[in-house]
Write a protein that binds this ligand. Sequence first.
Ligand SMILES: Nc1ncnc2c1ncn2[C@@H]1O[C@H](COP(=O)(O)OP(=O)(O)OP(=O)(O)O)[C@@H](O)[C@H]1O
Length: 229
Amino acid sequence: MGEDKKIIKPITQAQKILLEAKNLTHEFDYKLFENINFTLQEKQTIAIIGKSGSGKSTLLNILSSLLEPKFGKVNYNNQNIYKLNKNTLLKIRRDDFGIIFQAHYLFRGFSANDNLKIATLLSENEIDEKLLKKLEIDFVINQGVGELSGGQQQRLSIARVLTKKPKIIFADEPTGNLDKTTAQIVMDRLHEYVRENNSGMILVTHEDDLAMQCDKVYKLENLELKELK
Ligand SMILES: Nc1ncnc2c1ncn2[C@@H]1O[C@H](COP(=O)(O)OP(=O)(O)OP(=O)(O)O)[C@@H](O)[C@H]1O
């Protein structure tokens, strides 16, 4: 009698949805986008490209809880973040959302190290020395923020955000001040972080080659979000 053969089936589990936006519409002086739907899954990276002024940063602000849309909703943990009470929203923004914008919001009177320590105090995580080395800022860590170059400040703000271990990274031109090689180093770290932490990332960029390294690429154009990849 032959042995029972066990057939091991691959488990095809649906990826968890991290963020879901429905019917987003927004305008300032003119309409920027209308009825946009958007989903970010665990371990997924999504790039948003488009012409200057098309509304990419505005969309990222809305997705990251910083700007309430004129219409539509943004769901995180199945709840519309704009219907949450202020303290709950602040907690999500502090603990779960890692916002990397062009204005770094670093504390300028403090050293680079102090800026990182603030993130460790908020999250009870350690400063990741290896990450600082990979980002090539380990040797400026004791300098004041004001003494760092623009690109070093940018990488410090990225290190600070990653120290928090966010569930979702929202990055608006995170490599804007960097040369091509350093920009790639930073992007590699962000992708690595997402993979290793079951996180997700939404990246706004003008760099098509950096966008194409993401799992999905959308172009904001004519009020719509068109899927390019
Ligand atoms: N807070 C605001 N109040 C009024 N108008 C705004 C505000 N924020 C953005 N806008 C306008 O909305 C439009 C889209 O701006 P946004 O920064 O979202 O574009 P973008 O696609 O990110 O541009 P860029 O690629 O140049 O950064 C612009 O015309 C801008 O002036």
